[in-house]
Structure formats: structure tokens, C-alpha cells
Ligand binder design. Structure first.
Ligand SMILES: [Zn+2]
Length: 361
């Protein structure tokens, strides 16, 4: 392999091959004169290779990805990275400050790409992200969670009719893949227009950390970097012996559909993410809290529950359960169970800092 020693430039800073640094992109500041930087971690390998960005919190209340990136950046294997990794733990800085999906102007950043230099605050942020990061990348992984008190079973959404994208989606290593169309104004659409292949990882709920989703996310990104030849494949015997996690077989959903609230009220449902349901199965009850009136909520399709609401207060028409249809929902359900079981060991990565000594009381 030939070593092509190329500098990269971000925000006017030149980064040499074989170096690692954090570059702050300067976003429009607050009216209080408070500056708003967007820190970008750059790991620029000694050897030329793919250039990948990993981004989180484009929706400012979707925090699992922030933790995924924090743990990813601690991985010692990144020292030997081939190619370049841009990791952006917080894209929508304004939203994260306010625990909000949106920007202060009320816009959804993921409907504003590719943005423009003179547009709204959201459009300017999107434009800066495109020009400084996406424009110099070959691939991207964007990390999301369910919105509005909904949680998602770990899943990859991508344009799976593109062969290379499908290979990367499979390499990620979660049981459910959704072939989703590009949505107007999303980062994924804007990236595709620049020839950048992207995966969207959806897992867990907004404003929560979900341990299985986080760990599956860190492993998934590492798997993709391996598939791209940026990290060496596992060779270390010790690691092999320690991790007996079975390889997850991914299944592509044929389609997906939401079951909506038949009336307003309180929702009672024992249905878990990953549950397999058949058509007309009872998923729960929506009850009127001021009378004894109850309405059954039934599945209108066979499949697997890949998303559900967690708030028991629902209005008529609200999305309650997301069902994905598969060739064989049974096989997928088995795979989901195995996948979960593989992540049930103690979360050593979360708490690597040694506990303070108890001797000095
Ligand atoms: Zn999101």
C-alpha cells in the first residue's frame, strides 16, 4: 500500500498526516457575546484512505450518539487508523444547550441541509457543516434516537439499493436494516448529492442514555471502519477470547408502518421493542382516565416492533408503535434476542476511570 502523505485543512487549520487534534468551528454566537464553538475531533492517519465523519446530536435532544462518540474516541485502535476520521459529538450545539431537537429559530436542522451562507441560522450551520466536513469526506455515519418520548430498536437506515452502502449497513452489525428514501433537507440527502455514502444509526430514546444502544453503536462504527479498511481486523487473541458475542445477522425490512392512537387517553401496553407481532394482535389499550371507557389497540400488520412511544398520554392519531415487515419476522425476533443478550455483560467501557481511593475518609 502506498502512503500518500496529504495534509487536510479544516477551518483554515492545516492537519498533518499522523496527527490527532480538536478543531473548533465557530458558529454564530449568542446575543450575550457567548461564543458557540462546534468541536470537531480529527484523527488523520499516516496512510491515505477513506475519510469518514461520525456526527451526533443534529437533533439536540438525541444524546446517545454523544456518548457513542465519546467512547469511540477512547478506542486505542484509532492510533493506527488508515484514512481520516472526523468525529462531531454535538452538531446542533444550540439544541443541546436547550435540551431541544430544534434550533433557537424553531427549525429542524435535519430538514435544512445543504443550507446556505446567507440563509436562516439553521441553514448557516448546515452550510458550514457541509463545507468544512462533508465536502472532504467519502462516507458518513449520523447518530439519532427516537423523537418525542419514542424509543427505537437499534437499526440502520440507509439507501440499501446501493451495493456499497448495503455492505456497510450489514457490517455495522445490528439486526434491523431499513431501506429509507432520502428525505428532503436531511444531511443524508445532501451528502448523497456530494457522492458521500451514509448510514443513519437510530437507537434509543431522546434525552436518555441507553446502554445497549450506545455499546452497539460504538461497535457498529468500529465494524464499519474495519469494513472500509481503516482499522485492522481483529487479530488479538486476548480480545477474541474475551468477546464471544455472536455475529449479528442483519435483516432488511420490506416496509414499515405506524400504529396510531384510535382515541385520546392513557396508553397501557406491555409491548417491548423487538417483540414479534401478528396481524390483529392486541398491543395495548387506550383508556379514558375519567370513565371506564377503553379502546383496544391492535396491530394492522405482522412484523417486529422497532419503535414505540414511552409516554402514556396520547392524543388520537399519535404514533404509538412502529412495525417493520420482514420476510420472516420470527427469524428477526430470534436475532434481536441474541443481539440483546450479547450486550448484557457489564458495561466496562462506560466507567473506565478508576474509582477514587476509599482510604482517605
Ligand atoms: Zn434525530
Amino acid at each position: 500500500m502506498s502512503a500518500d502523505l496529504r495534509d487536510i485543512t479544516i477551518n483554515g487549520e492545516v492537519i498533518k498526516p499522523g496527527s490527532r487534534c480538536v478543531v473548533d468551528l465557530n458558529l454564530p454566537g449568542f446575543y450575550t457575546h457567548t461564543p458557540i464553538p462546534m468541536p470537531v475531533h480529527v484523527i488523520h492517519g499516516r496512510e491515505d484512505g477513506p475519510r469518514v465523519f461520525v456526527s451526533a446530536a443534529i437533533h439536540g435532544d438525541e444524546l446517545n450518539g454523544v456518548e457513542v462518540i465519546r467512547r469511540l474516541l477512547k478506542r486505542p485502535s484509532l492510533k493506527r487508523l488508515r484514512g481520516t476520521l472526523f468525529a462531531i459529538p454535538v452538531v446542533n450545539v444550540y439544541g443541546v444547550i436547550h435540551h431541544s431537537r430544534y434550533l433557537p429559530d424553531g427549525r429542524d436542522l435535519n430538514r435544512t441541509f445543504p443550507g446556505s451562507e446567507r440563509g436562516s441560522l439553521a441553514a448557516r450551520l448546515a452550510n458550514q457543516f457541509m463545507c468544512e466536513i462533508v465536502a472532504q469526506c467519502t462516507h458518513g455515519i449520523d447518530l439519532h434516537t427516537g423523537a418525542n418520548y419514542r424509543s427505537n430498536l437499534p437499526q440502520i437506515r440507509a439507501k440499501l439499493d446501493d451495493e456499497e452502502t448495503e455492505d456497510l449497513a450489514r457490517a455495522f452489525g445490528v439486526p434491523v436494516l431499513l431501506n429509507s428514501d432520502l428525505r428532503d433537507g436531511s444531511l443524508r440527502q445532501a451528502a448523497a448529492e456530494c457522492g458521500v455514502r451514509m448510514l443513519v444509526y437510530e437507537a434509543g430514546e431522546s434525552l436518555r442514555f441507553d446502554e445497549v444502544s450506545i455499546r452497539a453503536g460504538v461497535n457498529g462504527i468500529t465494524n464499519v471502519l474495519r469494513a472500509l479498511g481503516m482499522l485492522k481486523s481483529k487479530a488479538n487473541k486476548k480480545t477474541k477470547a474475551k468477546k464471544k458475542r455472536a455475529r449479528t445477522e442483519p435483516f432488511i425490512a420490506r416496509s414499515s408502518t405506524w400504529v396510531r392512537a384510535p382515541q385520546s387517553g392513557v396508553l397501557c401496553s406491555p409491548i417491548r421493542l423487538g417483540a414479534r407481532v401478528k396481524k390483529n394482535d392486541l398491543l395495548g389499550l387506550v383508556a379514558d382516565p375519567f370513565s371506564d371507557q377503553e379502546t383496544e389497540v391492535c396491530a394492522h400488520a405482522e412484523g417486529l416492533i422497532i419503535g414505540r412511544t414511552n409516554i402514556p398520554l396520547v392524543n388520537e392519531g399519535e404514533a404509538l408503535f412502529h412495525i417493520a415487515r420482514f420476510e420472516s419476522a420470527k427469524e428477526v425476533a430470534t436475532q434481536v434476542e441474541a443481539f440483546r443478550a450479547g450486550y448484557l455483560e457489564p458495561p466496562e467501557a462506560a466507567l473506565e476511570t478508576p474509582a477514587p481511593s476509599a482510604e482517605k475518609a
